[in-house]
Design a protein around this ligand. Structure first.
Ligand code: PLP
Length: 397
């Protein structure tokens, strides 16, 4: 018998820590991931302290800095380049407003593929005379060449999701990053569908700003996110909101009003506001530790092996898979069916019924843009893939 590889053993041990995976083939991280038992225990411990004695504020701040540092490590950034947000939209809006755009400046976005939250943030700037340059998707993939071609001397920002929420194809962020860097344009990515799942190196990919939330690939809960802003860009930005943790107070107590001619805190810390979501920060600190222990290169390789097997299985069944045969476009999301604007159902009754059937058999997935969307993380395994393919094959006949 073949000896299990070290990678296999690490991933198997990780899966054991997820109660949901005992029952479910959970393939819905693109909507929300499931927290581990370890992460839940950390939240309980936080609440125990809060309930029993009010909690220890210094320890809470230490957790904040630990989470900040771990997120920075996850994407190869520095801790001072990371701030906290409520969600992805807040991170996007912090950059949109922090760039201080003027009438006649423009931003480039492919609205066809972005989540609405990465469109409204920019449309809102039209009130200041900012031009939002919409570029059409090409075969449902990010139109990288066309986006680069639209950059001119008034372009201040190019924004794209690293992986679209549907149909879930990867964006060539390295090429967009290089093009933006050469032209001095801020490159902002929405990493909702990749953070914690795909290996990410903001330096290598020349990403200037990146935002994500904590309930998806970071495996914590709703109500919090991170925003990375490269130091050189952050130092040029003026936050739309300002509060004590965004101001350089030196060693002064958090409740003291410093010099009225205040100085912004270093780097992206200037976007910090008041108190934090300490409970969720404790959770994400714990889940980031688990993710970092496995390593994102290993997670990405594992997830892609599964997504390729799932996509190939559907192709072999004659089911239409977005993007066709598995290839480099695939990340951790596999979508099947016909793309439409419908998020409540599909365009084909067979797939609506399949969705229901899978749900009844404890497979968790979503419908987005008329497609059945299966999304994977390190806690999934080949047995999950085979379960979904087996149920689908039998059901579709
Ligand atoms: C690509 C992408 N961006 C943004 C969001 C959601 O943004 P927010 O965290 O602000 O709710 C999602 C959620 O599904 C998403 O997939």
């Amino acid at each position: 018998m073949n000896k299990p590889t070290a990678d296999f053993e690490v991933i198997t041990a990780f899966r054991e820590d997820f109660p949901a995976l005992k029952d479910y083939a959970y393939m819905d991280v693109a909507a929300r991931g499931v927290p581990s038992a370890t992460t839940r225990a950390v939240l309980y411990a936080h609440m125990d302290a809060r309930t029993e004695n009010g909690g220890d504020k210094e320890a809470m701040f230490a957790t904040i800095e630990s989470a900040r540092g771990r997120f920075a490590e996850l994407i190869n950034a520095q801790a001072d380049e990371v701030t906290f947000t409520k969600n992805i939209s807040e991170g996007l809006n912090m950059v949109a407003t922090g760039l201080n755009l003027k009438a006649g400046d423009n931003v480039i976005v492919c609205a066809d593929l972005e989540h609405p939250n990465n469109v409204y943030a920019w449309l809102n700037l039209q009130r200041d005379g900012v031009e939002v340059r919409m570029v059409k998707a090409v075969n449902n993939a990010m139109p990288v060449d066309a986006m680069i071609a639209r950059i001119d001397e008034r372009t201040r920002c190019v924004t794209a999701s690293t992986v679209s929420f549907a149909p879930g194809f990867r964006t060539d962020v390295d090429r967009l990053g290089t093009a933006c860097c050469e032209r001095g344009v801020c490159f902002l990515v929405d990493a909702a569908q990749s953070a914690g799942i795909l290996h990410t190196d903001v330096l290598a990919s020349k990403i200037d700003a990146l935002t994500t939330s904590t309930q998806k690939g970071l495996l914590a809960d709703y109500g919090m996110g991170f925003l990375y802003v490269r130091r050189a860009w952050a130092e040029k930005m003026q936050p739309a909101y300002l509060a004590r943790f965004g101001v350089d107070l030196g060693d002064a107590h958090e409740a003291s009003l410093g010099d009225l001619s205040f100085k912004y805190a270093q780097g992206a810390r200037r976007f910090d506001l008041g108190n934090y979501n300490f409970g969720n920060a404790a959770m994400v600190d714990a889940s980031l530790k688990q993710i970092l222990e496995i390593g994102t290169r290993r997670i990405e390789a594992h997830v892609c092996k599964l997504s390729h097997a799932l996509a190939q299985g559907f192709v072999d069944m004659g089911v239409p898979v977005a993007g066709g045969k598995p290839g480099p476009h695939l990340a951790g999301i596999v979508t099947v069916g016909t793309m439409s604007a419908n998020h409540y159902g599909t365009e084909d009754e067979r797939f609506d019924k399949l969705y229901k059937h899978l749900g009844e058999n404890k497979v968790r997935l979503s419908i987005r843009r008329g497609l059945l969307r299966f999304s994977l993380h390190a806690y999934n395994n080949m047995a999950d893939v085979e379960r979904v393919l087996g149920l689908s094959r039998k059901f579709l006949g």
